[in-house]
Design a protein around this ligand. Structure first.
Ligand SMILES: Nc1ncnc2c1ncn2[C@@H]1O[C@H](COP(=O)(O)OP(=O)(O)O)[C@@H](O)[C@H]1O
Ligand SMILES: [Mg+2]
Length: 258
Protein backbone atom coordinates (compact mmCIF):
# COMPACT_ATOMS: atom_id res chain seq x y z
CA UNK A 1 0.00 0.00 0.00
CA UNK A 2 1.15 3.48 -0.80
CA UNK A 3 -0.34 6.48 0.97
CA UNK A 4 -0.74 9.64 -1.12
CA UNK A 5 -1.94 12.90 0.41
CA UNK A 6 -3.23 15.86 -1.57
CA UNK A 7 -2.86 18.94 0.57
CA UNK A 8 -2.25 22.69 0.62
CA UNK A 9 -3.07 25.12 3.43
CA UNK A 10 -5.08 27.05 0.87
CA UNK A 11 -8.52 26.23 -0.56
CA UNK A 12 -9.71 26.10 -4.15
CA UNK A 13 -6.37 25.05 -5.60
CA UNK A 14 -7.67 21.79 -7.07
CA UNK A 15 -6.96 19.30 -4.27
CA UNK A 16 -10.24 17.44 -4.50
CA UNK A 17 -10.25 17.40 -8.31
CA UNK A 18 -6.75 15.90 -8.33
CA UNK A 19 -7.61 13.36 -5.69
CA UNK A 20 -10.63 12.16 -7.67
CA UNK A 21 -8.86 11.94 -10.99
CA UNK A 22 -5.81 10.16 -9.62
CA UNK A 23 -8.12 7.71 -7.85
CA UNK A 24 -10.17 7.15 -10.98
CA UNK A 25 -7.13 6.56 -13.19
CA UNK A 26 -5.55 4.12 -10.73
CA UNK A 27 -8.87 2.30 -10.39
CA UNK A 28 -9.15 2.03 -14.19
CA UNK A 29 -5.83 0.20 -14.08
CA UNK A 30 -7.36 -2.27 -11.66
CA UNK A 31 -5.63 -0.89 -8.59
CA UNK A 32 -7.63 -0.97 -5.39
CA UNK A 33 -8.02 2.54 -4.01
CA UNK A 34 -9.22 3.75 -0.62
CA UNK A 35 -10.15 7.42 -0.38
CA UNK A 36 -10.12 9.11 2.99
CA UNK A 37 -12.05 12.38 3.04
CA UNK A 38 -10.80 14.60 5.87
CA UNK A 39 -12.66 17.71 4.71
CA UNK A 40 -15.82 18.49 6.74
CA UNK A 41 -17.25 20.01 3.56
CA UNK A 42 -17.31 16.44 2.23
CA UNK A 43 -16.80 17.43 -1.39
CA UNK A 44 -15.21 14.22 -2.63
CA UNK A 45 -17.62 12.20 -0.51
CA UNK A 46 -20.55 13.69 -2.38
CA UNK A 47 -18.94 13.46 -5.76
CA UNK A 48 -18.12 9.76 -5.71
CA UNK A 49 -21.33 8.51 -4.16
CA UNK A 50 -24.74 8.14 -5.70
CA UNK A 51 -26.69 8.47 -2.55
CA UNK A 52 -24.92 10.02 0.36
CA UNK A 53 -25.73 8.72 3.76
CA UNK A 54 -22.53 9.92 5.35
CA UNK A 55 -23.23 9.24 8.97
CA UNK A 56 -19.79 7.74 9.59
CA UNK A 57 -16.40 9.41 9.35
CA UNK A 58 -12.84 8.97 10.62
CA UNK A 59 -13.68 10.90 13.78
CA UNK A 60 -15.67 7.87 15.02
CA UNK A 61 -12.47 5.89 15.44
CA UNK A 62 -10.63 8.50 17.50
CA UNK A 63 -13.59 9.78 19.49
CA UNK A 64 -12.34 7.94 22.56
CA UNK A 65 -9.35 5.85 23.58
CA UNK A 66 -11.50 2.74 23.64
CA UNK A 67 -12.86 3.50 20.15
CA UNK A 68 -9.32 3.44 18.76
CA UNK A 69 -8.97 -0.08 20.07
CA UNK A 70 -12.48 -1.35 19.36
CA UNK A 71 -13.58 0.21 16.09
CA UNK A 72 -11.97 -1.23 12.99
CA UNK A 73 -11.73 0.95 9.89
CA UNK A 74 -13.55 -1.73 7.91
CA UNK A 75 -16.69 -0.46 9.68
CA UNK A 76 -16.12 3.01 8.27
CA UNK A 77 -15.33 2.01 4.70
CA UNK A 78 -18.07 2.30 2.05
CA UNK A 79 -18.12 1.42 -1.60
CA UNK A 80 -18.44 4.25 -4.14
CA UNK A 81 -20.19 4.34 -7.50
CA UNK A 82 -16.79 3.63 -9.10
CA UNK A 83 -15.31 0.16 -9.40
CA UNK A 84 -12.18 -0.38 -7.26
CA UNK A 85 -12.71 2.83 -5.28
CA UNK A 86 -13.84 2.70 -1.65
CA UNK A 87 -14.12 5.61 0.73
CA UNK A 88 -14.08 6.67 4.34
CA UNK A 89 -16.55 9.51 4.03
CA UNK A 90 -16.55 12.93 5.62
CA UNK A 91 -19.27 14.92 7.29
CA UNK A 92 -19.59 18.03 9.42
CA UNK A 93 -18.61 16.15 12.56
CA UNK A 94 -15.03 16.46 11.34
CA UNK A 95 -15.12 20.07 12.52
CA UNK A 96 -14.87 18.64 16.02
CA UNK A 97 -11.63 16.72 15.42
CA UNK A 98 -9.29 19.17 17.06
CA UNK A 99 -11.48 19.68 20.13
CA UNK A 100 -11.97 15.93 20.52
CA UNK A 101 -8.28 15.14 20.16
CA UNK A 102 -7.25 17.83 22.61
CA UNK A 103 -9.75 16.61 25.18
CA UNK A 104 -8.84 12.94 24.80
CA UNK A 105 -5.16 12.48 24.03
CA UNK A 106 -1.84 13.47 25.56
CA UNK A 107 0.63 15.78 23.81
CA UNK A 108 2.64 12.71 22.87
CA UNK A 109 -0.26 10.79 21.35
CA UNK A 110 -1.91 13.69 19.54
CA UNK A 111 0.15 13.75 16.40
CA UNK A 112 0.61 10.01 16.13
CA UNK A 113 -3.02 8.94 15.87
CA UNK A 114 -2.79 7.82 12.27
CA UNK A 115 0.12 5.53 13.21
CA UNK A 116 -2.08 3.91 15.83
CA UNK A 117 -4.98 3.60 13.38
CA UNK A 118 -2.64 2.09 10.81
CA UNK A 119 -1.11 -0.39 13.23
CA UNK A 120 -4.53 -1.56 14.46
CA UNK A 121 -5.84 -1.95 10.91
CA UNK A 122 -2.77 -2.89 8.96
CA UNK A 123 -4.41 -5.81 7.15
CA UNK A 124 -7.26 -3.68 5.89
CA UNK A 125 -4.97 -0.87 4.73
CA UNK A 126 -2.68 -3.35 3.01
CA UNK A 127 -5.66 -4.72 1.07
CA UNK A 128 -5.50 -1.54 -0.97
CA UNK A 129 -2.85 -0.60 -3.49
CA UNK A 130 -3.32 3.10 -2.76
CA UNK A 131 -4.78 5.18 0.03
CA UNK A 132 -5.53 8.71 -1.22
CA UNK A 133 -6.34 11.41 1.29
CA UNK A 134 -8.17 14.66 0.54
CA UNK A 135 -7.59 17.48 3.06
CA UNK A 136 -9.31 20.71 4.01
CA UNK A 137 -7.19 23.89 3.96
CA UNK A 138 -7.14 24.13 7.75
CA UNK A 139 -5.27 21.13 8.99
CA UNK A 140 -5.62 19.70 12.48
CA UNK A 141 -3.64 17.22 14.57
CA UNK A 142 -5.10 14.22 12.73
CA UNK A 143 -4.27 15.77 9.34
CA UNK A 144 -0.69 16.39 10.46
CA UNK A 145 -0.37 12.80 11.58
CA UNK A 146 -1.69 11.44 8.24
CA UNK A 147 0.64 13.79 6.38
CA UNK A 148 3.64 12.49 8.34
CA UNK A 149 2.59 8.90 7.57
CA UNK A 150 2.24 9.54 3.82
CA UNK A 151 4.67 8.24 1.24
CA UNK A 152 4.12 11.33 -0.86
CA UNK A 153 2.27 14.61 -0.47
CA UNK A 154 1.07 16.31 -3.62
CA UNK A 155 0.73 20.05 -3.10
CA UNK A 156 -1.21 21.71 -5.91
CA UNK A 157 -0.50 25.36 -6.52
CA UNK A 158 -2.01 27.70 -9.08
CA UNK A 159 -1.08 31.13 -10.30
CA UNK A 160 -2.20 32.80 -7.11
CA UNK A 161 0.53 33.80 -4.67
CA UNK A 162 -1.71 32.59 -1.87
CA UNK A 163 -1.29 29.02 -2.96
CA UNK A 164 2.51 29.36 -2.64
CA UNK A 165 2.01 30.79 0.82
CA UNK A 166 -0.19 27.75 1.58
CA UNK A 167 2.62 25.50 0.36
CA UNK A 168 5.25 27.25 2.49
CA UNK A 169 3.01 27.19 5.56
CA UNK A 170 2.46 23.47 5.03
CA UNK A 171 6.20 22.84 4.73
CA UNK A 172 6.87 24.80 7.92
CA UNK A 173 4.21 22.83 9.79
CA UNK A 174 5.66 19.53 8.58
CA UNK A 175 9.25 20.53 9.34
CA UNK A 176 8.20 21.50 12.84
CA UNK A 177 6.28 18.33 13.70
CA UNK A 178 8.63 15.93 11.94
CA UNK A 179 11.52 17.37 13.94
CA UNK A 180 9.52 17.19 17.16
CA UNK A 181 8.32 13.62 16.55
CA UNK A 182 11.65 12.53 15.03
CA UNK A 183 10.09 11.48 11.77
CA UNK A 184 11.43 11.80 8.26
CA UNK A 185 10.01 14.72 6.36
CA UNK A 186 7.67 13.20 3.78
CA UNK A 187 8.33 13.48 0.11
CA UNK A 188 6.58 16.58 -1.24
CA UNK A 189 5.66 17.03 -4.90
CA UNK A 190 4.58 20.51 -5.92
CA UNK A 191 2.13 20.43 -8.81
CA UNK A 192 1.12 23.36 -10.97
CA UNK A 193 -2.63 23.11 -11.49
CA UNK A 194 -5.05 25.23 -13.48
CA UNK A 195 -2.18 26.89 -15.28
CA UNK A 196 -2.31 29.16 -18.31
CA UNK A 197 1.04 29.69 -20.04
CA UNK A 198 2.20 33.30 -19.75
CA UNK A 199 3.54 35.99 -17.51
CA UNK A 200 1.95 34.68 -14.31
CA UNK A 201 3.46 31.25 -14.81
CA UNK A 202 6.93 32.76 -15.25
CA UNK A 203 6.47 34.81 -12.09
CA UNK A 204 5.43 31.71 -10.14
CA UNK A 205 8.37 29.68 -11.41
CA UNK A 206 10.77 32.48 -10.46
CA UNK A 207 9.27 32.69 -7.01
CA UNK A 208 9.57 28.92 -6.48
CA UNK A 209 13.17 29.16 -7.55
CA UNK A 210 13.87 32.08 -5.25
CA UNK A 211 12.34 30.24 -2.28
CA UNK A 212 14.29 27.09 -3.19
CA UNK A 213 11.05 25.17 -3.62
CA UNK A 214 12.49 22.87 -6.24
CA UNK A 215 10.58 19.64 -5.79
CA UNK A 216 8.27 20.55 -8.64
CA UNK A 217 6.50 17.79 -10.54
CA UNK A 218 7.47 17.55 -14.20
CA UNK A 219 3.84 17.44 -15.22
CA UNK A 220 1.45 20.36 -14.93
CA UNK A 221 -2.30 20.32 -15.26
CA UNK A 222 -3.42 23.11 -17.55
CA UNK A 223 -6.50 25.22 -17.04
CA UNK A 224 -9.63 23.57 -18.37
CA UNK A 225 -13.26 24.61 -18.22
CA UNK A 226 -14.01 20.91 -18.47
CA UNK A 227 -13.03 20.33 -14.87
CA UNK A 228 -16.07 22.26 -13.73
CA UNK A 229 -18.48 20.36 -15.95
CA UNK A 230 -17.25 16.87 -15.06
CA UNK A 231 -17.26 17.33 -11.32
CA UNK A 232 -19.84 14.64 -10.68
CA UNK A 233 -19.04 12.45 -13.62
CA UNK A 234 -15.44 11.45 -13.46
CA UNK A 235 -15.33 8.98 -16.29
CA UNK A 236 -15.92 11.69 -18.91
CA UNK A 237 -12.35 12.98 -18.84
CA UNK A 238 -11.02 9.47 -19.45
CA UNK A 239 -13.48 8.48 -22.17
CA UNK A 240 -13.55 11.74 -24.15
CA UNK A 241 -10.80 11.97 -26.80
CA UNK A 242 -10.69 15.78 -26.55
CA UNK A 243 -9.18 15.89 -23.10
CA UNK A 244 -5.87 14.33 -24.09
CA UNK A 245 -3.83 17.16 -22.58
CA UNK A 246 -5.25 16.60 -19.10
CA UNK A 247 -5.03 12.85 -19.45
CA UNK A 248 -1.40 13.04 -20.46
CA UNK A 249 -0.57 15.34 -17.54
CA UNK A 250 -2.31 12.96 -15.13
CA UNK A 251 -0.51 9.97 -16.55
CA UNK A 252 2.85 11.72 -16.16
CA UNK A 253 2.03 12.74 -12.62
CA UNK A 254 0.91 9.24 -11.65
CA UNK A 255 4.08 7.77 -13.16
CA UNK A 256 6.07 10.08 -10.88
CA UNK A 257 4.26 9.19 -7.68
CA UNK A 258 3.43 5.49 -7.85
N1 LIG B 1 -7.03 22.39 -13.87
C1 LIG B 1 -8.17 23.04 -13.62
N2 LIG B 1 -8.72 23.90 -14.52
C2 LIG B 1 -9.87 24.56 -14.27
N3 LIG B 1 -10.60 24.42 -13.16
C3 LIG B 1 -10.12 23.58 -12.22
C4 LIG B 1 -8.90 22.85 -12.38
N4 LIG B 1 -8.72 22.08 -11.26
C5 LIG B 1 -9.77 22.34 -10.46
N5 LIG B 1 -10.62 23.23 -11.02
C6 LIG B 1 -11.87 23.77 -10.48
O1 LIG B 1 -11.57 24.63 -9.38
C7 LIG B 1 -12.55 24.49 -8.37
C8 LIG B 1 -11.87 24.10 -7.06
O2 LIG B 1 -11.30 22.83 -7.19
P1 LIG B 1 -11.23 21.80 -5.99
O3 LIG B 1 -10.59 20.58 -6.52
O4 LIG B 1 -12.57 21.66 -5.34
O5 LIG B 1 -10.23 22.61 -5.03
P2 LIG B 1 -9.88 22.38 -3.47
O6 LIG B 1 -10.22 20.97 -3.14
O7 LIG B 1 -8.42 22.68 -3.38
O8 LIG B 1 -10.68 23.38 -2.71
C9 LIG B 1 -13.55 23.46 -8.85
O9 LIG B 1 -14.67 24.10 -9.41
C10 LIG B 1 -12.78 22.69 -9.91
O10 LIG B 1 -13.64 22.17 -10.90
MG1 LIG C 1 -11.43 20.21 -1.63
Amino acid sequence: MKMISICNKKGVVGKTTLCKNIAYKLALENKKVLLIDLDPQATITMQVNNDVKNDKCILDIIASKSAVKLIKIINLIERTKYKNIDIIMANEELNKISATINATYSEKEKYLLSDIIYQNNQEIFENYDYVLIDYPPTINELSVSFLMLSDVIIVPINEGLNSIKGLMDLQNTLNHFCREKQKNIPNIKILLNGIKEGKNLKQILNLLNEKKLNNLSKSKISYSETFKTIENNLNSIWTNPYYWRQKQAYEELIAEII
